[in-house]
Write a protein that binds this ligand. Sequence first.
Ligand code: ADP
Ligand code: MG
Ligand code: MG
Length: 921
Amino acid sequence: MSRKRKYVYLFGERTEGNAGMRDLLGGKGANLAEMSLMGLPVPPGFTITTEVCREYYSKGKYPPGLEEQIKEAMREIEKQLGRRFGDPDNPLLVSVRSGAPVSMPGMMDTILNLGMNDEVVRGLSKLIGERAAWDSYRRLLSMFGNVVLGIPHEEFEKVLSKKRDEENVEFDHQLSTSSLKELVNEYKELIKSKLLRNPPSSGIVANRIKEREIVEFPQNPWEQLLLAIDAVISSWNNPRAVEYRKEERISDKLCTAVNIQAMVFGNTEGGGTGVCFTRNVETGEKELYGEFLPNAQGEDVVAGVRTPLPIKEMEKMFPDIYRELLEIGEKLEKHYRDVQDFEFTIDGSLRKLFILQTRTAKRTPRAAVKIAVDMAKEGLISKEEAIMRVEPDQIDKLLHPRIDESKELRVIAKGIPASPGAASGIVVFDPDRAEELREKGEEVILVRPETSADDVHGIKSSVGVLTAKGGRTSHAAVVTRGWGIPCVVGCEEMRIDDKGKYFETESGVIVKEGERITIDGTTGNVILGKAPMLPPEITPEMKELLGWATEISELEVRANADTPEDARKAREFGAKGIGLCRTEHMFFGEGRIERMRKVIMAMNEKERRKALRELMFYQIEDFKKIFNEMEGLPVTIRLLDPPLHEFLPNPQELLEKVILLKIHKDFPSIREELMNRKEYRGIIEEILSRESEIMEEYERVKTLEEKNPMMGFRGCRLGIAYPEIFEMQVEAIMRAACSLKKEGREVYPEIMVPLTMHESEMKILRELIEEVAERVMREEGVRVHYTIGTMIETPRAAIVGDKLAEYSDFFSFGTNDLTQMTMALSRDDYGPIITQYLEKEILEEDPFFTLDLEGVGELIKICVEKSKGKVKIGVCGEHGGDPRSIRFFHEIGVDYVSCSPYRVPVAILSGARSTLESKRR
Ligand code: ADP
Ligand code: MG
Ligand code: MG
C-alpha cells in the first residue's frame, strides 16, 4: 500500500509541524508551527517542504500531486478565516515567503498581498479601508514585478517618488487614495511593457509564463500564487544566495521551504509593524529591544523607508499591545530558552497583534556573556549551558580594545594579526625613541622590520607594535601577547625606509615618523589616523562565567608570566599558577645585561662564578616577588634557555668597530682624515678607549657564533657546559622560596629544564638541582616542597617520554619549539613560507597558531601515553591559549595548559567546554 507523500504542512488553528522539523520545513516554517502550538497569535498558513525544492532542482519539475495538496491546504485556511482566496466580496490574501533550514537573512525573496486584483481590491476596501487596500495592491505589483518578473526595484521606485513629488509629501504613507490608484495603473503598465519587450527568458518562472501565455500582471490569484512559489524556489539559486552559502559553508542541498500565510495588514490606520528582541542584544540588558513603524508593512522597518521608532514608544501609543508584546516575548524566551528575535504586525482593521516569525537572536560578545549568565541565574538554563553558549573567541574580543567597525576606516595595509586588540599611536621606528616619547607621555606604535631582545624596552614603551616580517610566534608576537600589547606582524605590504624615517605601503601611502596610525591585532589591519575605539570590557558577568567554567573544567589553566606584574594580572584573570616563568627576561633589565656579559666573557670558572653571584641577588629578589604574588599556587621556573650570543653585542656593530680600529692603526693617512671629520672623531675616540675590551668581545662572539643557532648551544646544553649558571639559578629560586616559607607563606617552586632530548641530560641536571636545593634548605634551616621537570621541545624527547619520566616529576610541552623541530619550519623565517602554503591550501592552518594535530599532536600523544601517571603533564607554548588546540590537549589527557595572562580566560572557557563536550559523548 503506497501512501500519498506529504509536501504541505499546515500551521495555525491546525498545526502539523513543530520546531524540530527545521530540515523539512525550514527555520521560519518550523517556528511558525511551533508558535502556533504555543497558542501565539500567528496568522494561519502552510509550508511547502524543502523536499519539493530539492526535487525540483534534481528532476526539473515539481512532484505530482503538489498542486492538489496546496489547494487543499488553502481550502483549510479559507475555512478557518471565513474568507476565500480570490473572492471579490470577502477576499483572503496571502504572503509567499522563503525559509531555509539555516537562516540566510535577506538572501531570498518574499512577496506580500497575493490574491489581489481589480475586483478584490474593492472587496478588501470594505474590510481594511480603501486606502489600505490600494496601498496593498501597489505593494503587490512592485514586489511581484521585481521578484517574479525581474524588473529592477528602482523602476518602481522612480514612479513612486514622482508621485510623492506631485502630491508634495515626504513619505509613502502620506499618499492619498487617488494617488495610490494612479500608481496601480502605472505599475500595471510598467509590468505589461516589460513583459512585451523583455520577458523572463529562462528558469521556472519563464516556463510558466510561456505555458500560460501571460502578457500582463495576472489577475488570476492562482496564477499569481504559483508564479510566486516558482520565484521563491528559484531564489534559492540567485547569485546572492549562492555566494552567501559559499561564504558561510552552507550546503546547496538544504534547499528552501515556501511558506504561504494569510496576510495581516499593518499598513492601516492604527496598524504597524516591527522587529523585537526579547533582550537588548547590544548590552544583554533584560529589556524589550527593537523598532517599530506605524502604518507600515513588511520590510518597511529594515528598508529605511522612514526612521522607525524605538519599541519603547509603543508603550504610549498602544499600551495594551505593548503589554501583550512583553508577555509574548517572555513566553517565547521561556519556551526556546534563548533570546529571540521576532517579527510582529498590528492589524489596524482588526486591532490585533500578530507574530510572524521568530528565531534565535544574534548578539554582541558583551551581550552573549551577560545573557548566558543572567539566564543561568534566572534558572532558565543550566550553568553548563551558559558555558556552551559563549564562544571563546567572544571572550577574547571582550578583553581588548576594539575598533568600532561601524565607522569609516582608512585601511592602508594588512599583515598577520599576532596579538589581539587595537591601538592608536604615533609611528616611531627606533626603540630608544619610543622610550623617550613614552616618558613624555606620548602613545607610540613601534614599527620595525622585526624585533629582537634589543628592542624590548621599546616594545614595552609602545601601545602597539607593527613589523614587516615574522609570523605569529616571532619575537614581536610572543612578547606583545605576553603583555597584552596589540601587534601586527609580517606586514609585507609595508616597506620601511633604510634610515627609518618613513614607511611606504604597496598602494603608495607614505607614513612618516610622528604620524598617527592605528593597528588592529585582531584583523591585521593597519589604518591611517586614529580609528574610533571601543574599550575592553571585563564585566562582573564574565568573572562569574569564568568561575563556573573553572569549577567544571578538568583542565587546569596557568599563565606564562615572567614578572610580578604579569603574575598579578594572571591571577586576576583566574590562572591557577604559573606554567612558564622565563628567567632569561630577568637578565635583560638595566644593570643586569652588563653583568650577564661579564659571565659570558669570563675566561675561567672562578671569574664566572664571581660575576654570577652578583646576578644571583637580583634573581632572588625577582623570585621572591613572583612567589609572593602566586602564594599558594605552583610556579614553574625554567632555567636559562637562550643561546649565549644573544647576550653579547650585535656582531655586525662589533665588526664595524673592529674594522675602524684596524683602519685607525694601519692606515695613518686615512686616520688623519677620519679624525678631521666630526661625525667619526667621537666614535673613534670611544672605540680607542675600549680597544682591548672590544677585541675581546669580538673574539668571543666569533667563537660563540653558530651556523644554526636554533639547533645549537641552547637550553640544557648550556647548563651542562656551564653548570655554575644553573647552580646559581637554582640557589636563587630556593633562597627566595625558603625566605617566604620562613615567613609562613606557601610556595611551590617547580624547576624546569629546557630543551632536553636524552634521559642522561636529565640525570645529570637532576642531580645538580637536588644537590643545590638540599644545600640551600640545609643552610636556611627550612624545607620547601619543590619538583623538577623538563620541557618537551624536541621530537626525540617526546618519543622517549617514558625514559625522561624516570628523572622528572613533570613535563611541559613547549609546542612552539616542538612544532619548529618537528616540521623543520623556522619560527623566525616561516612567514613567507606559510603565506604560500595557506594560499595554495597545502596547510589549512598556521601550525604555530593552531596545533598540527596529525604531526606534532601525534608526538605529544605518544609522549602522554608513555608517561601518563608518572609525571604531571602541561603545555606552555602559544597553543596553550588556542581553543581548538586546547580541546585536543584535554582529550589526550593533558593536566594543564599555560598561556599568556590575557588569554587565560579564553583557555578557561575552552577547557570547560571541552570537558562538557566529552561528557556529552
Ligand atoms: P525575511 O526572511 O527576509 O525576513 P519574511 O518572509 O519574514 O522575509 O517577510 C518579509 C516581511 O514581510 C517581514 O517583515 C514579515 O513580517 C512580513 N510578512 C510576511 N508575511 C506576512 C503576512 N502574512 N502578513 C503580514 N506581514 C507579513
Ligand atoms: Mg523575516
Ligand atoms: Mg623553547
